[in-house]
Write a protein that binds this ligand. Structure first.
Ligand SMILES: Cc1cc2nc3c(=O)[nH]c(=O)nc-3n(C[C@H](O)[C@H](O)[C@H](O)COP(=O)(O)OP(=O)(O)OC[C@H]3O[C@@H](n4cnc5c(N)ncnc54)[C@H](O)[C@@H]3O)c2cc1C
Length: 303
């Protein structure tokens, strides 16, 4: 089934039965049939075309900081971008960045060039591609405020450019979450500022994160999206769920909005804990909590 892929990608950039736990910030997830580390956009195009022809399911992974793969892993190809597509350049107030680059690294580069607008990204452990998909944000900033355009491949491998108004951004959501697109690059428009002030804001955000978030434990950040007018952490705390555990998955004792892996958690522990929290929030407060974490199935039929 996977032979045609071996004709495109050289052996050293293919990993068979690769544990997804090694590629996710939750540190859970079973094996992917094959993980591919493409080197270029052209290679991704070839790859998706072959996957379609051969009816092989595939999924794109950035830095794995907002995903939950099942314990049984993924039947198909995981296209891992984090090690490639790392190009970026600054021209005037604009940064053009490929999808695989670390967003927080880019925010440091922006600051060093006295460009303001990416300070919120300090401490967000994802890639540019993942941040676009998720409309990642913090401290009153989010990707949609700085993006001008995004280039993405469709499932036939053809390249499209989306202008801001075409990307349907809303809170932690974008058009790309349909799973039909592979984001390959993003153009961001920043504004000029004073380097020391920009860096001071970033230091403050980093301090707030260290103070409030369980950064020393595996997690995927906030587990749930924030329902209008409700802060999830304080809500779960009020419900007595802070510290509540299923298996080795725990509602963080430091920030109840995070689920953490205490060491040996399985994906099923985390899923069961998510479900338990959702049921109680609905029963006790009539609040529907929607996961922000992307829950991936073992099989998808997307070729
Ligand atoms: C400690 C911690 C703190 C966090 N704080 C924040 C925060 O403050 N704000 C916030 O918004 N998030 C936060 N997050 C969550 C996470 O870092 C962001 O959602 C981030 O943008 C995800 O990027 P990623 O590259 O890790 O995406 P991944 O987790 O790899 O992928 C996320 C989803 O996007 C898809 N995807 C990834 N890249 C591409 C691509 N190029 N093309 C198509 N699909 C793609 C994946 O298939 C998956 O569905 C935090 C996470 C942790 C662990």
């Amino acid at each position: 089934m996977y032979n045609p892929i071996m004709n495109i990608i050289s052996e050293e950039r293919l990993r068979w039965q690769e544990p997804l736990s090694l590629h996710t910030s939750f540190k859970v997830g079973g094996p992917a049939d094959v993980m591919v580390f493409p080197q270029s956009i052209a290679e991704i195009q070839q790859l998706v075309r072959v996957c379609r022809q051969e009816r092989i399911p595939f999924i794109v992974l950035g830095l794995g900081s907002n995903v939950l793969f099942p314990d049984r892993g993924f039947r198909g190809v995981v296209i891992k971008l984090g090690q490639a597509l790392k190009g970026w350049h600054i021209s005037g107030n604009e940064i053009n960045a490929e999808a695989g680059i670390r967003l927080a690294y880019l925010s440091k580069k922006a600051a060093a060039n006295s460009l303001s607008g990416l300070e919120f990204a300090e401490g967000i452990p994802g890639s540019v591609g993942g941040a676009v998909i998720m409309n990642a944000g913090a401290y009153n900033g989010e990707m949609s405020q700085i993006l001008s355009s995004v280039s993405a491949l469709d499932r036939q491998g053809d390249l499209h450019t989306f202008q801001l108004e075409e990307m349907a951004f809303s809170y932690r959501s974008s058009i790309f979450q349909s799973g039909e697109w592979i984001v390959v690059s993003a153009l961001m428009k920043l504004s000029s500022g004073k380097r020391d002030e920009i860096e001071a804001r970033m230091r403050e955000f980093a301090r707030l994160r260290r103070e409030k978030q369980p950064l020393d434990m595996p997690s995927a950040g906030s587990t749930f999206k924030r329902p209008s007018g409700v802060y999830v952490g304080p809500l779960l705390e009020k419900m007595g769920l802070k510290g509540f555990k299923i298996g080795d998955a725990q509602v963080s004792t430091k920030h109840a909005g995070f689920i953490v892996n205490c060491g040996q958690a399985t994906a099923q522990d985390i899923l069961d804990l998510i479900k338990h929290i959702q049921q109680r929030a609905l029963a006790e407060h009539n609040i529907r909590l929607e996961p922000e974490v992307r829950i991936i199935s073992e099989t998808i039929d997307n070729y």
